[in-house]
Write a protein that binds this ligand. Structure first.
Ligand code: PEP
Ligand code: MN
Length: 343
């Protein structure tokens, strides 16, 4: 339930309510606004407690929570959350673009892509060092060497890095190198991984599962937040439908739905969402128009030689064009983009 305090209720009145809640064994999440404090209450709700609490001075109303996601939901956290990755803010006015190859293949390959995406105005470098693949015979990633290469690219370009962690036992290792931890679509309901990541201080990029509803996705975020890490950014990356013309079906309606239900930032990955480089730019523009806080785009200098996801990877010149076009869309919907006007 949510306890809405009266406008300008004093700190003493708020303390009295929170003390009583603690005494009754509830967990509390306070949201202190300019005019009003809202208290999120987690725990078993008994009718007699609701009546007692409603009778306390300073309490305006008690609202039951209808949705199962409490910490990820907007109900007691109405203000949008921003997540910091190094100097970059996700969820603010500015659109944030994460770009880079699907997998780190070599230092030369990653550095070349990193320099290109930086010049085009991307703010975060992506690249997989641990690659969960559909086939066990496909390239599985360079693992720790891949992480070291990512760090070298960060040193060269100044771009913070986001990379996937697949296994709970690798979190400590990935944390040492990465600025943001990615949870992949195939792991969205790996509850052990989510709980462990909840203990991390690093921001998290939580991709939507291949067959997950928005509610299941927000419940996955709830695992991470309830573990103590509230720096979660959601990433829509397409879901499995009967359509075979694209690799996945990019569910852009998830963007306004997530914005409605949750305070967390959401970005879109049209690369995995479509599986084809030709469809990436139009869907990137549509994502920003739909209200996404940013994008994740796969970029490779030689997609024809890529070890993974070449068909959906943009060449640098196409990525530069994408950055220019999304800048125009961002401005049209009242957002900003740091992409240079001419590249
Ligand atoms: C990726 O971003 O490289 C990736 C594997 O994506 P997803 O988990 O969305 O398939
Ligand atoms: Mn990929």
């Amino acid at each position: 339930m949510i306890i809405v305090m009266e406008r300008n209720a004093s700190a003493q009145l708020v303390d009295a309510v929170t003390d009583r809640l603690k005494q009754l064994g509830f967990d509390i999440h306070l949201s202190v606004g300019v005019e009003r404090t809202i208290i999120g209450v987690i725990g078993e709700k008994r009718p007699e407690y609701v009546e007692q609490l409603a009778a306390m001075t300073g309490v305006e109303s008690i609202v039951p929570i209808l949705r199962p996601f409490k910490l990820a939901g907007r109900e007691f956290h109405p203000e949008p959350t921003t997540v910091q990755v190094g100097d970059i803010t996700i969820g603010g006015d500015e659109i944030v673009v994460m770009a880079g190859p699907c997998a780190v293949e070599s230092e030369e390959q990653l550095l070349a892509a990193a320099k290109e995406i930086k010049a085009a105005g991307a703010q975060i470098l992506r690249g997989g060092a641990f690659k969960p693949r559909t086939s066990p015979y496909s390239f599985q990633g360079l693992e720790e060497e891949g992480l070291r290469i990512l760090v070298r690219a960060r040193e060269e370009t100044g771009l913070p890095i986001v990379t996937e962690v697949v296994n709970p036992r690798d979190i400590e290792l990935v944390e040492k190198y990465a600025d943001m931890l990615q949870v992949g679509a195939r792991n969205m309901q790996n509850f052990t991984l989510l709980r462990e990541i909840g203990q991390s201080q690093k921001p998290v990029l939580l991709k939507r599962g291949l067959a997950a509803t928005v509610e299941e996705w927000l419940m996955a975020a709830e695992y991470i937040i309830s573990g103590g890490n509230s720096n979660v950014v959601l990433c829509e990356r397409g879901i499995r439908t009967y359509e075979t013309g694209t690799r996945n079906t990019l569910d852009l309606s998830a963007v306004p739905a997530v914005k409605h239900y949750s305070h967390l930032p959401i970005i879109v990955d049209p690369s995995h969402g479509t599986g084809r480089w030709r469809y990436v730019k139009p869907m990137a523009k549509a994502s920003i128009a739909a209200g996404a806080d940013g994008l994740m785009i796969e970029v490779h200098c030689q997609p024809e030689e890529a070890l993974s996801d070449g068909p959906q990877s943009l060449k640098p010149e196409n990525f530069r064009q994408l950055m220019l076009e999304i800048k125009a869309v961002a401005e049209a919907v009242g957002r900003k983009s740091t992409a240079p006007m001419v590249v």
